[in-house]
Design a protein around this ligand. Structure first.
Ligand code: HSE
Length: 404
């Protein structure tokens, strides 16, 4: 099967390398080799960091539109021009594999409709959780379930920063710089640290898991840039780990609650030991109960593993192309179930911690004072959480994930 690769950067070169390294096994499974015959890149063939012996390198997408390739791998990233390239390719009978979460979160329903109309496939395993086969697990392995919740660490950069701050006492800035050097941060790391990258990923994952179209703009998002290292340290002493968490909950029929926020994990959470650039997700299904997947959320060969596996699926499914589609739009709601929280008050109010909390109507049993100004609050209703957030003496509040 003939392939074109759009963008020979970190992930695009991984695609070349995985195919080259595992060609014998691929051929054994498919009965044919995978051959990259075109690459789209502004650079000349000799400037690319891969073997381009039998590859036509061009900066003109028309050449690829008009070529005889069966599958196009899009590893350019960004909304433009990647989105229009993909739409045109699908309509010209080319199957597409993409890692582009920004684009999918914005245009997946439209692109899938184009693909279905033209009997082409659009696969995107690499867009969420890098090399972890998360989308396949949800779409295929857990298809018999009503998925009731998803909880994930889906951004390697922010997880790396938090782990470095926590274990190695690095500053936020130093850790971010290292993540950029290591190559897993986005070109502009704002999306990584402000939670937008996770917002795109949980939108794509929730669509498959809950079978509903998701408006990514309705997801509540907060990132890690405002985390105070004091809370990381205090949490640590209490056995709680701060992580940037994506949470999707099915609330019945077409109702879902989706949020991205830093939360504190207890050691009982399967995600508490997912550190550095690793990603992980815990999926709750009504038949299977709880399942979890962990692994590399970014990286060249790691992400290419998911891409080339998608290309191999296309080789098997291309004669009966059918993409996952949704028929209903999700109604986004706020999950109002009571939750456990870590709260910290400003120094001047620390002596009144219990009084402030009791004044909200919380009972003594719900309040566990841990140290001056810091408490765990159990089963707090959303309404009270909102009141507490409005209190000008509050310094920090984190939802707690995992049994205490
Ligand atoms: N910047 C992303 C991350 C890359 O750090 O997880 C993979 O999507």
């Amino acid at each position: 099967m003939k392939i074109a690769v759009l963008g020979v950067g970190t992930v695009g070169s991984g695609v070349f390398n995985v195919i080259q390294e595992n060609q014998a096994k691929i051929q054994e499974i498919l009965g044919e080799p995978l051959t990259i015959t075109y690459a789209l890149d502004r650079r000349q063939a000799e400037d690319l960091d891969v073997d381009t012996t039998h590859v036509t390198v061009t900066d003109n997408i028309e050449e690829i539109y008009n070529s005889d390739v069966d599958v196009v791998v899009e590893t350019m990233g960004g909304l433009h021009p990647a989105g229009d390239f993909i739409a045109t390719l699908l309509s010209k009978g080319k199957h597409v594999v993409t890692a582009n979460k920004d684009l999918l979160a914005n245009r997946i329903d439209e692109l899938v409709a184009i693909a279905n109309e033209h009997n082409t496939l659009l696969l995107y395993e690499a867009s969420v959780g890098g090399g972890i086969p998360l989308l396949n697990a949800v779409e295929t392995g857990l298809a018999a379930n009503q998925i009731t919740s998803l909880t994930g660490i889906l951004n390697g950069t922010s997880n790396y920063i938090l782990s470095k701050m926590d274990f190695d006492h690095w500053s936020y800035e130093q850790a971010l710089q290292e993540a950029q050097v290591a190559g897993f941060a986005e070109a502009d790391p704002t999306n990584d640290v402000e939670g937008y990258d996770v917002q795109f990923k949980i939108a794509v994952l929730s669509r498959l898991a809950f079978g509903l179209s998701i408006d990514a703009d309705q997801i509540q998002v907060s990132g890690i840039s405002n985390i105070n290292s004091r809370d990381v340290e205090i949490g640590n002493d209490m056995g709680l780990t701060v992580k940037l968490i994506a949470k999707g909950d099915w609330l019945g029929e077409d109702r879902v609650s989706i949020q991205v926020a830093p939360m504190m994990l207890t050691q009982a959470s399967p995600l508490a030991n997912v550190h550095y650039a690793q990603n992980g997700a815990v999926i709750q299904g009504n038949a299977v109960g709880q399942t979890a997947l962990f692994g590399p959320g970014a990286g060249s060969m790691e992400t290419a593993s998911a891409i080339v596996s998608d290309v191999m699926q296309i080789a098997k499914r291309r004669y009966r192309p059918k993409n996952f589609t949704t028929t209903r739009q999700a109604r986004m709601q706020i999950d109002e179930r009571p939750l456990n929280y870590y709260v910290r008050f400003k120094r001047e109010a620390s002596k009144q911690t219990a009084e402030i909390l009791e004044a909200l109507g919380l009972s003594k049993d719900q309040i566990k004072i841990k140290k001056s100004g810091v408490a765990l609050v159990l089963d707090m209703a959303l309404e009270l959480r909102r009141e507490l957030e409005a209190n000008d003496q509050l310094a920090a509040i984190y939802q707690i994930e995992g049994e205490l």
